[in-house]
Design a protein around this ligand. Structure first.
Ligand SMILES: [Zn+2]
Ligand SMILES: [Zn+2]
Length: 114
């Protein structure tokens, strides 16, 4: 498999949540790409944080898993194009951490893709 060098550019801008309409703040620790209130995200990245995807569909949280290195991961399916993605759950953030009770309402996945 030959992938052209993926570009990982971090663009940490705020956006308005497509699901609950709340303004999603910047994250301090990492690139915020999902809503801390309802965990929905927007399909804007091909690689984490690059904002290069054309889709702009709603990424619906479907499940969660635990990654040894990264901690809790949120599994998403895009409601527009059907692509499945993983995002890191922001357990600790000085601005606004994700709502853990919402994560726990999703199904847990034991098989984790790296
Ligand atoms: Zn939201
Ligand atoms: Zn999509």
């Amino acid at each position: 498999m030959s992938l052209a060098n993926p570009v990982f550019t971090k663009i940490n801008d705020s956006f308005k949540c497509l699901n609950c309409s709340k303004q999603v703040p910047h994250a301090q620790s990492t690139c915020r790409d999902h809503c801390p209130n309802c965990l929905f995200s927007i399909h804007v990245d091909n690689n984490p944080g690059d904002r290069s995807a054309e889709c702009k569909g709603t990424l619906k949280p479907t499940a969660w898993s635990q990654n040894k290195k990264k901690g809790y991961m949120i599994h998403y399916r895009c409601e527009k194009c059907g692509e499945e993605k993983l995002n890191k759950f922001l357990e600790h953030d000085s601005f606004q951490a994700d709502d853990f009770s919402i994560l726990l309402k999703l199904n847990s996945v034991t098989k984790v893709k790296e």
